[in-house]
Write a protein that binds this ligand. Structure first.
Ligand code: BDP
Length: 721
């Protein structure tokens, strides 16, 4: 061990986390590990050799980043930088999965012990080879290797991984405005300093791109879906190009949210009609201008005719006509249009959750091949729990992308822990039954079920200018989980939680696997806890107005009926819940017959969707033997108790987690307990005005009256536009 001490000292000085654990380093902390004990001469500082093999074998900016990452990481992990060699590989010798001529194969990688020509291995230390059909594949392979080294006690020389992403386009969507405000952002301001660009480049842009590459995320939409047309002016495009230039080597492509009325607002046209020749010509010219500046520009994300945004309906045209006009402008350059399906109209009295299906299903087959329809996971709006949007099972001829919300708009924002992998897995593994059992949502999105080469997933970012990127230190786990699932949707929540906890909290000098296990368990139960104390049993949209933080089940005075919580819970003296069966809105009819049968009968409907699909009497008896009223009360109570348990679990980690992050998380968990109690007491007192029943045993009586809870106003609510 003699050579480790001075190197350790140097490593600490250079470590990305030498500031104390402020969270900036994310899951890329590279703490010192013990040397690979199985390597010959381990206690003499093993010097690993890593071969990076691409078809050309030539140095590129991406390969330079890959080498630098290996050097920094291994110096920190083992006290020795590796020997890195570039080599050419014959593509035909790569595994079949890496040879296909598509994005997924190109971005895949192979990591294997190098055994073919031992004579080339002049040292006795281990040699690994990372091979890929592209240099981006190599960079992803490097991050996978570094992750693996920190996770397993596998000797370096045994690591063998072949991996190809499930989905071709893996994006973050930033809801960032040009003035730095982040809509539904709870971690400070935008990362993009538009006023400084293009001349000044914040070093943080590189750290962002590196974090994205470490997860295999390959696209970023820089601006809010409620778009400002100015992003498409030459002045802003130059700024966008500066970011794109910087992100390119990390395999990260830039996309922009485009405002449909931009030709009027910044182009001096009098119309934005997609069928007007001058409008199509304007977009063609705009696309040409963009690609001249940003040759690998990804494409446009569009929110049209939704919540006041302009769109093709303004001219009596369909969503397909609008999307196809933009698609035609981008097609010659290889760009795509990501058209959002989050539409519902103020004049439409149909159950809001049915509207997107009604709007888009008739258009199936009418979209250009470079259009992908981006659909939120549920048919309403990122609630703590929703069934999957029925469009995923219905639109077979259009590539469908999932939009997930990483930022916790409805799940406690920056104050509460809600690890979202279990929610996303629930969605991805949902059966659509389109082609019988096994027709999961994941297979729709990855393009395999309906045979679409274009596949895409988007996550609404939870990043911001806060030093730790995500506000709540544990919310980093959601950025991580999103990236890992976008790469491989078959990963389990447990594995992802374990990886993240170990990479983020491992401290080699006092490594305690129990700490990692405790954090992992806390994460895994956290989303269900939030559901229990806020919207259990399929309740939805009963949050406070505008800022969406905390309870507001009593709200009934908003100018749009379908923004009112009372529209959704439908509490009355008879009972609670939204009847979406044939006797109600019949939203159920938008799902496959198998699901209609299962969900249509309250006795077989899973309890978590009960009040989503049914209006049930207060005395309705659940399979657990409880009445609906008692079960509702007990669910809220359970949520509170689980929040309290999370706090006491965390408190046991005192001294095991660094003080900075320990204290920050402890404070937020204490706040979460208070918030959970407020949710429980507000909702139960309010629903009790209808049920007129006492609280069952075990439910703590609220200390205040309903009017007290109705008068509460949070002090400051970031992210509210
Ligand atoms: C809602 C948000 C709103 C977004 C909208 C959207 O409250 O800020 O603009 O979704 O996705 O959840 O377009």
């Amino acid at each position: 061990m003699r050579c480790f001490l001075p190197i350790l000292f140097a490593a600490v000085l250079m470590s990305p986390s030498h500031y104390a654990e402020d969270g900036y380093a994310l899951w890329l902390r590279y703490p010192r590990l013990a040397p690979d004990s199985t390597s010959p001469g381990a206690d003499e500082c093993p010097r690993f050799t890593i071969i990076l093999a691409t078809p050309t074998g030539q140095e590129t900016p991406t390969l330079a980043l890959a080498q630098a990452e290996l050097e920094t990481a291994l110096r920190h992990l083992y006290g020795q930088p590796p020997l890195v060699r570039l080599e050419a590989v014959d593509t035909d010798s790569l595994p079949y999965a890496l040879r296909a001529n598509d994005t997924k194969a190109r971005e895949g990688f192979l990591i294997a012990p190098f055994t073919t020509s031992p004579q080339n291995n002049t040292s006795s230390s281990p040699v690994l080879r990372i091979a890929a059909a592209s240099d981006t594949g190599i960079l992803y392979g490097v991050f996978a290797l570094l992750r693996q080294l920190q996770l397993s006690d596998q000797p370096f020389s045994n690591i063998a991984i072949t991996s190809v992403p499930s989905i071709a386009h893996r994006l973050l969507n930033h809801w960032d405005n040009l003035d730095g405000f982040v809509e539904r952002g709870y971690a400070g301001n935008s990362l993009w300093r538009w006023e400084e660009l293009p001349d000044e480049l914040d070093p943080r842009y590189r750290d962002y791109a590196r974090a994205m590459a470490s997860l295999g995320l390959n696209g970023t939409v820089l601006n809010n879906v409620n778009a400002d047309a100015r992003i498409l002016t030459t002045e802003y495009l130059l700024k966008v190009a500066a970011l794109a230039d910087l992100f390119r080597a990390y395999g990260l492509r830039v996309y922009l949210s485009a405002r449909f009325s931009a030709p009027i607002e910044i182009g001096e046209l009098h119309t934005g009609d997609p069928l007007a020749t001058e409008v199509a010509a304007w977009w063609r010219a705009k696309a040409a201008e963009i690609y001249a500046l940003i040759p690998d520009f990804g494409g446009f994300l569009v929110k049209a005719n939704s919540e006041g945004q302009p769109g093709p309906h303004d001219y009596g045209r369909s969503h397909a006509e609008g999307a196809n006009m933009l698609a035609e402008a981008l097609a010659p350059h290889g760009g795509i249009v990501i058209w959002r399906a989050f539409v519902y109209s103020p004049d439409n009295k149909t159950d809001r959750v049915k509207q997107a299906y009604n709007e888009f299903l008739p258009l199936d087959g009418n979209f250009a091949p470079n259009v992908v329809l981006q659909i939120k996971n549920g048919p309403l709006d990122f609630m703590p729990r929703e069934p999957f949007s029925p469009l995923f099972g219905a639109m077979r001829q259009t590539p469908l992308a999932a939009e997930l919300q990483i930022t916790q708009e409805y799940l406690g924002q920056q104050h509460q822990v809600a690890f979202l992998a279990p929610m996303w897995k629930e969605f991805l593994t949902s059966e659509t039954y389109t082609q019988g059992p096994g027709s999961t949502v994941a297979k729709v999105i990855d393009g395999t079920l309906n045979g679409h080469p274009l596949s895409l997933i988007s996550g609404v970012a939870n990043t911001g200018s806060d030093r730790n990127w995500t506000g709540h230190p544990l919310a980093q786990a959601n950025w991580y989980a999103y990236g890992r699932l976008a790469w491989d949707h078959t990963l389990t929540s447990g594995k992802i939680a374990h990886e993240w906890a170990q990479l983020t909290f491992r401290n080699a000098r006092s490594f305690d696997p129990e700490t990692v296990e405790t954090i992992e368990k806390l994460l895994l139960g956290s989303r269900e806890t939030v559901v229990n104390y806020s919207m259990p049993l399929g309740l939805h949209h009963i949050m406070a107005t505008a800022h969406h933080y905390g309870p507001g089940p009593w709200v009934d005075n908003l100018h749009r009926d379908d923004w009112n919580p009372t529209y959704y819970h439908r509490a009355d003296e008879q009972g609670l819940g939204f009847d979406r069966t044939a006797t109600g809105s019949n939203a159920l009819s938008q799902y496959a017959p198998e699901l209609q049968t299962l969900w249509g009968n309250p006795d077989t409907c899973p309890p978590e969707f009960l009040l989503w699909f049914h209006h049930l009497p207060w005395d309705y008896r659940l399979s657990t033997g409880h009445t609906l009223w008692d079960k509702l009360c007990l669910s809220y109570q359970q949520g509170v108790e689980e929040a309290q348990a999370m706090l006491s679990t965390w408190e046991k980690l005192a001294g095991k987690v660094d003080t900075e992050r320990f204290t920050d998380v402890r404070q937020r968990l204490a706040r979460q307990v208070t918030d959970a109690i407020t949710w429980r007491d507000s909702c139960l007192l309010y629903f009790q005005t209808f049920s007129k029943r006492p609280f069952p045993a075990g439910v703590e009586p609220p200390p205040h009256s309903l009017s007290y809870y109705q008068s509460l106003r949070p002090e400051s609510t970031p992210g509210n536009p």
